[in-house]
Design a protein around this ligand. Sequence first.
Ligand code: UD1
Ligand code: MG
Length: 473
Amino acid sequence: MSVAAIILAAGKGTRMRSRRAKVLHELGGEPMIARAIRAVAELKSDPIVVVVGHQAREVEHAVNLPAARFALQEPQRGTGDAVRCALGQLPANFVGDVLITYGDMPAVKSSTLRAFLDAHRKKRAKLSFISVVLEDPAAYGRVIRDATGGVDKIVEFRDASAAERAVREINTGCYLVDCALLRSALAELKPANAQGEYYLTDIVAIARGRSEKIEAWVATDATEFAGINSREELAAMEAQIRATVNRKLMQAGVTIVDPASAYISEQAEIAADCVIGPNVQILGACKLGEGVRIEGTAWLSNVTVGPRCHLKLGVRAEDCVIGEDSEIGPFANLRPGTELAGHNRIGNFVETKKARIGRGTKASHLSYLGDTTIGEDTNVGCGVITVNYDGYEKHHTEIGSRCMVGCDTQLVAPVKVGSDVYVASGTTIVREVPDGALVMSHHPQREKAGWMATWRKRHGDSPDGSLLRKKDH
Ligand code: UD1
Ligand code: MG
């Protein structure tokens, strides 16, 4: 039997005190709505209807799921009204259960939703919802049961009597409802409550009035159903997600020197015996092979790092591949499109961009290598620059294998240097250099004997410059 899903995400989230809609605030490097959607999508729900309102366009963009459909709710007149808006996006002939959750409840696991669905079906219930029992039930809706323990209704905190407020079993906001029942019950909602809203929770009493089978599925881990309402709660959940990631990695054999300062995405794949030093961010879909060592203070986003690489202090790398046994940094900037074949060295203050660099090639100091292809076992000297930009377009530089590119060389692109080329230091390369050549563009060196003493004398100084040195001190 099929399941459709409705995710409520129209609310602004006043307590965030933000211009941005609440569900757009990020957790674990992505908008919280994306997390909420993923849990539902893993259930293979179809369709998934997202109810949007505040910043509808941006929220739709953040959902990033081809199968999603959107329903606009404006104005926001309550959770029941929101679900009513979503019904229009379900196929008219849809038969089956509808899962309803919130976009601001990002910690719910798909395995929990799966267990909830199984229980709902096993009990042959027409309406189920997930409840939890809390020490402090705060302002959540209370689950009111009858003398036999059957669910009677959900009462919102603001509408609850003192006796009802004493109940510690609360409604999490996750429901499974037979679609036909949902449609007909929603039609009966009235905004006769403290907030003047259409409450989705009222469908429980309506279904009860019709003697439909209702189940409250009591979840054991209440933390999964924590909603995000404030920046503090956002930070707390971020810390929780991070701690879980770190714990799993450490259990799998990764050393994290200081877990409090390791920010590792859930999508990251980190092999055993990697060492993550302090203050490291590993974002997006990074992959680290066995034995990779990150000294510390690194920022990596969507980077694949081969086995046994050593990332020294201060590496920033984005959308790139670092082949096995490479040594990067300290202070290196590997920009998107950098592909190192392996056994490479990219040293301090080297910046690479769209650079395909062959096995064993090294650039150890102070270089810019952009829009370039370099062969194997080439040595790029200190201060080498690919001059790739003419103010309008970027141009490509090709350097072959086994070259010695001297210090302070500029390669004015587009340009090609063959293999086994020796580039003398300080050369400006402006046209193709054939294989095996020596290339230089030196001005011939000249000397004027005794010039320095003459210069000093002209300034009233002694031949050894003692006056000038005194002035300096
Ligand atoms: C709701 C439940 C309450 C439950 C609690 C759990 C109702 C009436 N009450 O209360 O029983 O304990 O959730 O967190 O349902 N939304 C819309 N459109 C609207 C109103 C809300 O899309 O018109 C969305 C919000 O963006 C949010 C979700 O629905 O994602 C819940 O709304 P919220 O106002 O937070 O509900 P609560 O008052 O907390
Ligand atoms: Mg509310």
